[in-house]
Design a protein around this ligand. Structure first.
Ligand code: ZN
Ligand code: ZN
Length: 143
């Protein structure tokens, strides 16, 4: 299975030992972008059978630390994870249903990292969240 192969490959590339929980969690995050921890636990359990909540949390922490997954936490929502890392893309969040969509930075460039005044900081990330209503909710809210 392609995803599984990729997950193992990614773990090795990050010098992480390949374990079934790590492969399962990485695959779950990859297949369900912006999933929260509960959803990821559900997917991993469906895949591996009984896995402790703590084990999944530990794996998510290790994968995040290794840079294989990115943890996002828009204000007022639970933490979510995605395997799309390293491109400083942004997120659009629906105020009504919480749906999250990716918003690209310019490809190959990160113009928003060039702050108009960097105050001497070495900037490595710009977190931009766009808030509004997704198309489904916008339609539902129409008079
Ligand atoms: Zn919505
Ligand atoms: Zn994203």
């Amino acid at each position: 299975m392609a995803t599984r192969f990729d997950a193992e490959h990614m773990l090795r590339g990050a010098a992480l030992r390949v374990t079934r929980p790590r492969v399962a969690v990485l695959a779950a995050v990859h297949e369900h972008p912006h999933a929260d921890t509960d959803s990821i636990i559900g997917v991993v359990r469906g895949d591996l059978g009984e896995v402790s909540t703590q084990a999944v949390y530990d794996v998510l922490r290790a994968l995040t630390k290794a840079g294989l997954v990115r943890r996002i936490e828009p204000a007022g929502t639970v933490a979510r994870y995605e395997s799309r890392v390293g491109d400083n893309h942004h997120h659009m969040v629906c105020r009504s249903c919480g749906a999250i969509a990716d918003v690209d930075c310019a490809v190959g460039d990160t113009p928003c990292l060039a702050a108009s005044n960097d105050h001497g900081y070495e900037i490595d990330e710009a977190e931009v969240t766009f808030w509004g209503l997704c198309p489904t909710c916008a339609t539902a809210h129409m008079p």
